[in-house]
Structure formats: C-alpha cells, structure tokens
Design a protein around this ligand. Structure first.
Ligand SMILES: *[C@@H]1O[C@H](CO)[C@@H](O)[C@H](O)[C@H]1NC(C)=O
Ligand SMILES: *[C@@H]1O[C@H](CO)[C@@H](O)[C@H](O)[C@H]1NC(C)=O
Ligand SMILES: *[C@@H]1O[C@H](CO)[C@@H](O)[C@H](O)[C@H]1NC(C)=O
Ligand SMILES: *[C@@H]1O[C@H](CO)[C@@H](O)[C@H](O)[C@H]1NC(C)=O
Ligand SMILES: *[C@@H]1O[C@H](CO)[C@@H](O)[C@H](O)[C@H]1NC(C)=O
Length: 259
C-alpha cells in the first residue's frame, strides 16, 4: 500500500515535471508562426521542436534573458502567410525575413511588438496596404518593404515613427501623396528610397528638413507632379548633389555614397 502511494507520488511528480518543462509561450507563438508557413524546402525550421522548453536554440531565433529579441530567417524560400503571432513576442526588436516567398497582407497584429527596431521584408510577395498600427512602433529605425506588391497610400501615423533612419519602400505599388509632416517628423532619416511606385501629388517641401540624409534619396519612377521644392537644395551636399533622384526632370546620378 505504501509502495503504491509512493509510486503515485512519483507519477504525479513526473507529470508536474512535464508541465514545468513544456515549451514556453514565446515558443508556442513561434510554432504558430511556423504553422502558417506552407513550404520550407530547405528544412530551415526543422529544429523548431515542441519538446524544447524555450525557442532560444532554434534556427533564426535570438534571445536575451530567455526572451526572443530577433527572428532572422532570410533567403530560405519560405512561402505562406506571415502570421501575426510574432506580434506577441513582447521583447522582439528585429524581424528579418528578406528574400523569401511570403504572400498575403501584413496584419496589424504584428505591430503589437512595440519595441520593434527593424522590420526587413524586402523581396517577398506581400500585398495590401501598410497598416495604421505602424505608428505604434516608436523605436523603429529600419523599415524595408521593398520589392513586394504593397499598395494603397502610406498611413499618416507612419510619421510617428520618429526614430526611423532607413525607409525603403521601393518597387511596390504604393500610391497617393506622402503624409503631411513627413519631412518635419522623420528628422533622423538617413536613407529614403521611394522609387518605382505610384506616389503622386507634389513632393512635400518639408523633405528639405531631412538634414541627416546622407546616402540615397530616390524618389524616381513615381507620378510626383508640380515643381521640385527648392527646400531640397537644403539637403546635405552629398544627398542633394549626388544621389537625389526625383524623376525625369532632374539630373540622375547613379552613384550611391557609402560611408
Ligand atoms: C524533437 O526533439 C526530440 C527530443 O530531443 C526528438 O526525439 C525529436 O525527434 C525531435 N522532433 C523533431 C521534429 O525534430
Ligand atoms: C490593392 O490591391 C488589392 C488587390 O491585391 C485591391 O483589391 C485593392 O483595391 C488595391 N488597393 C488600392 C488602393 O489600389
Ligand atoms: C498598381 O496600381 C495601379 C493603380 O493604382 C494599377 O493600375 C496597376 O495595375 C497596379 N500594378 C500592379 C503590379 O499591381
Ligand atoms: C498633381 O496630382 C494631384 C493628384 O494626383 C492632382 O490633384 C493635382 O491637380 C496635380 N497637380 C498638377 C500641377 O498637375
Ligand atoms: C523645417 O522645419 C521648421 C520648423 O520645424 C520650419 O520652420 C522650416 O521652414 C522647415 N524647413 C523646410 C525647408 O521645410
């Protein structure tokens, strides 16, 4: 009888152990992200295993103090949807899924990860518009959505991303005018590439306030109309003289300056 009770306790304890050692919430969120991936031809996510306690040893995942801070899986031919479950990773700072085959739209749920500093999705097949919730990302420094099929106009709250240093939206199908206050608010911008879209209306004169632009300013291959604001002449010499591309009317200099 005593032996039986002992055994029971042992079994219960083992159960407890299993509970304690099961995958944490962040791991579960990542498995839900994995579930929306239809194809992973190179098996890049093969070691994303339910039996681990944390996802910190998984391919593409970086943790700090056991919290996921980075999801970086570039160039892996991943196809499927981009699950918004990444948005529940509260300490997430970097997402790099460039050069894959993700399709569908960006869900606003992704922007619940308010500490995001870089979001690099270039070279996928994403479509739809950029959600208003992008404005929640007060720490965002790099936004690269180039070479996708995004459309619609840029949401005004984008100008709340005041720490943005690099904004590359080139080769999409964005349209409409740039949000009011674009140049006045995004004062830390160092790189701006809006080329190959359908942006229209006039170029806002406050672009000339972007005094940190150092390398590329590329506004070419859009439908901007009206005159070129003279304030663009206020841009730092490097940006203004060599890499400012506005369209057919102005000089096009192919050289881009790397510091
Ligand atoms: C997950 O890990 C367990 C234990 O390490 C291993 O037996 C199992 O094969 C792994 N599963 C996958 C899908 O890799
Ligand atoms: C964006 O593209 C979708 C189809 O992908 C279309 O339904 C929608 O009308 C487009 N929106 C704009 C503003 O062009
Ligand atoms: C881009 O949008 C325009 C309308 O704004 C539409 O006529 C065109 O087909 C779109 N191009 C692509 C590649 O979706
Ligand atoms: C520029 O485009 C906007 C909208 O696309 C239009 O309302 C405006 O009249 C155009 N201005 C000029 C000078 O062509
Ligand atoms: C830059 O911004 C200031 C105020 O924020 C404004 O007074 C000034 O006219 C702006 N310059 C340009 C070129 O837009």
């Amino acid at each position: 009888m005593l032996a039986f009770a002992y055994l029971l306790i042992l079994i219960l304890c083992n159960c407890c152990n299993v509970l304690v050692s099961s995958l944490n919430d962040e791991g579960l969120a990542l498995l839900s992200f994995k579930k929306s991936i239809k194809e992973d031809p190179e098996g890049s996510l093969n070691n994303w295993n339910y039996t681990d306690e944390t996802p910190c040893s998984w391919n593409g995942i970086t943790c700090k103090e056991q919290r996921v801070i980075s999801v970086s899986i570039p160039n892996k031919k991943l196809s499927g949807f981009l699950s918004s479950s990444l948005g529940s990773l509260s300490e997430l700072r970097h997402v790099n899924l460039r050069n894959n085959k993700f399709s569908g739209s960006l869900s606003s749920g992704l922007f619940k990860a308010q500490g995001l500093q870089s979001l690099v999705l270039y070279g996928n097949s994403l479509s739809g518009s950029l959600p208003f919730e992008i404005g929640n990302l007060n720490y965002l420094q790099t936004l690269d959505l180039s070479e996708n099929f995004f459309n619609g106009s840029l949401p005004t709250p984008l100008i709340q991303c005041k720490r943005l240093r690099a904004l590359d939206l080139s080769q999409n199908n964005f349209s409409g005018s740039l949000p009011n206050g674009f140049g006045k608010n995004l004062v830390l911008l160092e790189k701006l590439d809006l080329s190959y879209n359908n942006f229209g209306s006039s170029i806002p004169s406050d672009l000339g306030n972007l005094s940190n632009l150092q390398g590329t300013v590329d506004l070419s291959h859009n439908m901007f109309n009206g005159s070129i604001p003279s304030s663009l002449g206020n841009l730092p010499e490097k940006a203004a003289s060599c890499t400012t591309k506005l369209g057919l009317e102005t000089t096009i200099c192919e050289k881009s300056i790397q510091n």
